[in-house]
Design a protein around this ligand. Sequence first.
Ligand code: G16
Length: 569
Amino acid sequence: GDIQEMLKRIAAADATYKAFDKRFAYGTAGFRTLGETLDRVCFRAGVLAGIRAKMDHGLAGVMVTASHNPKQDNGLKIFEKDGAMLEGPWEKLAESLVNTDDLPAFLTSLNAGQLSFPGVSLHSDIFTTPVQQLPLVFIGMDTRDSSQRLCDAVSQGITLIGAYPVNYGLVTTPQLHWLTQRCNELRMAAPGDGEVHGKVKKGDFNEAWARYFKEFSDLIGDSPKSRYETDLLLDCANGVGSIQFKLNLELMAEIFGGKDKVPLNVTIINDDEKPDLLNEECGAEYVHKDQQLPHNFALKGGRPGIKCASFDGDADRLIYFYQRAEGEGVPVIIDGDKQFALILMYIKSLLEKLGITHSELTHVFVQTAYVNSRSTKFLKAKGINNELCPTGVKNAHPIVVGYDIGANDEPNGHGTIVCKWDRVRGALESKKDSVEAKKIQAILQLSNMTVGDAIANLLLIESILRDLDMSIADFATLYEENPSRMFKAVVKDRTKFKVVWDESRLTQPIELQNFIDTLVSQTTEGKAFVRPSGTEDILRLYAEAKTLEEMEALAKAILKEIDEKYKDY
Ligand code: G16
């Protein structure tokens, strides 16, 4: 009876949402496309997340955001109770559920075990509510026009399947991952407490990071620095990042006993949360991919030599940059790879000082095919253990967790460093009173280990730069990249372009790969590859060469070939 009632209500609600004649794919970071087409997808994803929460000790997370994409897009990032990306097998279920022609029939078959997905175990009735642990779905959203509406649709889906939405409103993506994981931790510590989630406030995130920053700062003391610049100009992409980071700054001023005592003086630009301005000529994606200074750069003191950084629309990416000379529009960029090279070098040198070897505490640095060849050479020379994986955090995660300390990043500014705390504490135990041991722990504490986080990474990197007394220019010259760039190509059907596992080569159309190979072999330190985007309806091309001219020539030739022969492939 109850189940039939529930199904009826789900069917009625589902019918109120417009259906579109297209298949919604679960891409690099979840569902992502035009916001106006996503209402039903969001409602159904709410149902899915509710089921996920019921199956996994009562907790899951959904963030409504299209991150770096243009303002008319939107999307969903769905994640697990520990803040990790939705498990691979569940992606398949999510995609089928969102695209089914008959949702009630789909749910009935799923519940009856007539419909199964390898790797997904639906161990209890999906329509009942477990009494022990309330099934909760933590939700949040970015500042887009469509976000509130889509968030409401997600909530409705969660509610109608018998789970409970816990709505955090405007938060950054990494903040929501962290809050979800925090609730999970508290619940595990107090299994009987049904009200634990009420104790997880969104400001806990800002407070924690203000405190972590102070704790590291106390370890360095305030001896004068000659190269480190306390001033930072921060471009917030006109997104949700500014709302949250301003809270961090206020709390930091409090903890340090006054704004002037904080060893970091941030001036924010592009903090207008009007949806129309989101990512418009600003933000991490724009600065990195278009290689341009953000809009309003000069407005609040941007000038040559000033240290600058950009967040993206949901603050899970961070790009550092500075203007080299007056009038220069192309900034010097410190991408994700260089940021994490610094972090790993820093930790590795502290470990070396303590005499802790790789076998005592293993480490890995996982990157994507987009890595600059010079970065790879640098890491090798420094003895940093380096591996490649396909684009997307979900792909790096399984490799990273195989080590005691693991980092993964993408040049576009995504990245995180995680550790197994028991292993780290164990290895440091006999040296735990040394400043090196304390610094290692304080730095790792500054990392949001649930997912790459622009706010956390900024505070972490500033801490290291200050300790090493490095300027932004010193940071930029850690190693020198070959000129490289990402390009976009529009084709009729990007799904026809297939790549090998690490995305560095096409397997289809093989003639295009052969063409690329020939060109690359004729280019000094040439590197290029093409892959279909998982977040936009385009192909991406990466090109690199020893000189800018050669890089551009390489890219131009490949783009021309795609345009002439593969546009309608
Ligand atoms: C997402 C993913 C990133 C990926 C980016 C672009 O970022 O989390 O891993 O690099 O999309 O992906 P693609 O090249 O497949 O379009 P974000 O910041 O947009 O969520």
